[in-house]
Design a protein around this ligand. Structure first.
Ligand code: TEU
Length: 559
């Protein structure tokens, strides 16, 4: 029983589809997505050929960080539905061959969680559930740390008469993992959802749970103090304990989101033999042209992108490649072109996403090429991080135009606008007033318009997911960089010895709006059959790639 997970590593064969529930589909017209809305769209998800859904948080939450501040781990927020609706979702998903993966946010709770309220009052057993400290001798915060959302990580609580630590918003107090009781409660939460039929967890900021020390941090512009809590020894022990006691007995999958992660650290967290996490979500490949939490941009280089991808693709036991999430700008607006080459570049990025090794994650709307928002000012933005970065940029006296340019490029709300199901007002997302504005381009970019169009981004995603599902090489074959220029990349996927019937694949991608010559050494066999061409190429004798072209060649296995 304890080995169930290793007996059926189902996640190695499937694509995971991420739903950000508030923006997915609204069945009751209140402008916020809900579980009934998701149930109503399950056929549209299953039809993509994916095998699992990762649900961003649906728990009760005051929404300081849109559900990543949870006030009850064992319930559903009434705005999304009920536990009975959740059970219906699990069953309806199962009927369509879809598994459900829950977002597990255990670094922090909401300050409105009953544990925190009891902890403020020093009620046992909750007194030490959070990181409380008295003021420093001058009366200020206990140390000099700064948080992910800027500013001090400490807030003074009048009732308790102490400061509490929060690495994110002040309404997201960090749990204290030096207290064994906290981990026991977390196990109960995980079992609660596993018993309801979920197949695993996406573990939010999982590598920063444990704070080894609360000493001052080294001088840094952002997230000062991180050296005291990123991937501590105790964190590794916690992960092994959760795997042994909760995940493995249920055959459940754990994919962790990890921050400030170099390759050795990522290897430790997700190494199969260490039995901590099955897979890891990292950020660096989405920041090859970004600084400062992606809020400051500089010129893109395909060479740098390939190097970053190769890091995880070659260095990790089981990578989780992805190009979009609820925290990232839309990929077609970032590494593609959301103007003239919108369709072709969205498809090229789809080819990239579906030809990497590991368990790919596709974010809602990516499959129809949704773009960054078209907001014109900060008053339309909801995201707490964007607002805090704005405040910081104001303090740094960044001129207004540049400030908006950077915020608009980096804001997490870019990916959070409602899914564009149709050209109607409300985009088929809601009949009410949407919680976040709908992009005006929904009249052109929407699911209904692409449903039956064989050249659409959607049709290509279906085709690419089907290709991947049928190809052991694409799922688990080795990744070998072939070459890169500033504009183009080439890599090979090489069949494992047992998978040689499937053959090898060479993928060539152009990330620019110009026709670009490629070195002839990138194509080793001009007679290789074309597996996929986004510009209708008949053969592999290629000297240059068209703007945003993607080309996949199939070769006999070298194994
Ligand atoms: O994100 C963690 C995280 O560090 C980053 O995504 C961060 O929001 C940002 O990208 C830094 O630039 C996770 C969740 O995905 C995010 O939505 C939450 O806000 C955060 O944790 C806190 O729970």
């Amino acid at each position: 029983m304890a080995q169930a997970a290793s007996e059926d590593p189902w996640w190695e064969d499937c694509v995971v589809y991420q739903i950000y529930p508030r923006s997915f589909s609204d069945a009751d017209g209140d402008g916020l997505g809900d579980l009934a809305g998701i149930i109503g769209r399950l056929d549209a998800i299953a039809d993509l050929g994916v095998g699992a859904i990762w649900l961003s948080p649906i728990y009760p939450s005051p929404d300081a960080d849109n559900g990543y501040d949870i006030s009850d781990y064992c319930d559903v927020d009434p705005r999304y539905g009920t536990l009975a609706d959740f059970d219906r979702l699990v069953a309806a998903a199962r009927d369509r061959g879809l598994r459900i993966i829950m977002d597990l946010v255990i670094n922090h709770t909401s300050d409105e969680h009953a544990w925190f309220q009891a902890s403020r009052r020093r009620e046992d057993p909750y007194t030490d559930f959070y990181l409380w400290r008295p003021p420093n001798p001058e009366g200020g915060p206990p140390n000099n740390w700064t948080g992910f959302f800027q500013g001090s990580t400490w807030t003074f609580d009048e009732l308790r008469g102490e400061y509490y630590l929060h690495l994110f918003d002040r309404k997201q107090p960090d749990l204290n993992y030096d207290s064994p009781a906290v981990l026991e409660r977390v196990k109960e939460v995980m079992r609660f959802w596993l018993d309801r039929g979920v197949s695993g967890f996406r573990c939010d900021v999982i590598n920063i749970l444990h704070k080894a020390s609360l000493a001052d941090g080294r001088p840094r512009l952002i997230v000062r103090g991180r050296e005291h809590y990123v991937s501590t020894e105790r964190l590794h022990a916690i992960l092994r304990e959760l795997r042994r006691d909760v995940l493995d007995p249920a055959g459940a999958f754990a994919i962790g989101e990890s921050v400030f992660t170099d390759l050795p650290m990522a290897q430790e967290l997700s190494d199969a033999g260490r039995r901590e996490l099955h897979a890891l979500i990292t950020f660096e490949h989405l920041e090859v042209d970004r600084l400062f939490h992606r809020y400051v941009s500089y010129p893109f280089s395909a060479r740098r992108l390939l190097a970053r991808l190769a890091h995880d693709q070659q260095g990790l036991d089981w990578p989780a490649p992805y190009l979009e999430s609820h925290d990232q700008p839309r990929i077609v607006s970032h590494y593609g072109d959301d103007g003239r080459y919108w369709r072709r570049s969205a498809i090229m990025l789809g080819v990239l996403a579906m030809t990497l090794r590991g368990t790919p994650l596709v974010y809602q709307g990516q499959e129809i090429g949704m773009t960054n928002f078209d907001f014109t000012g900060l008053d339309e933005v909801d995201d707490v991080e964007t607002r805090n970065v704005d405040a910081l940029m104001r303090r740094l006296k960044i001129p207004a135009r540049l400030r908006w340019h950077w915020l608009a490029e980096g804001s997490r709300d870019n990916a959070r606008t409602p899914v564009q199901w149709s050209a109607e007002p409300g985009a088929g997302f809601t009949t009410g007033r949407p919680w976040l504005p709908i992009n005006a381009n929904h009249r052109r970019i929407n699911r209904a318009a692409q449903e039956h169009d064989p050249d659409s981004v959607l049709a290509w995603y279906r085709r690419l997911i089907a290709l991947r599902s049928a190809s052991a090489t694409l799922r688990r074959g080795a990744f070998e960089p072939v070459g890169a220029t500033r504009a183009c990349v080439a890599y090979r996927r090489v069949a494992a010895p047992g998978d040689s019937a499937d053959g090898d694949y060479t993928v060539l991608l152009n990330f620019t709006a110009q026709r670009r010559r490629i070195p002839c050494s990138w194509i080793t066999d001009v007679a290789a059959p074309v597996g996929l061409s986004t510009v209708g190429r008949p053969h592999a004798a290629v000297a240059a790639l068209e703007p945003f072209e993607a080309l996949v060649l199939r070769q006999r296995s070298s194994a």
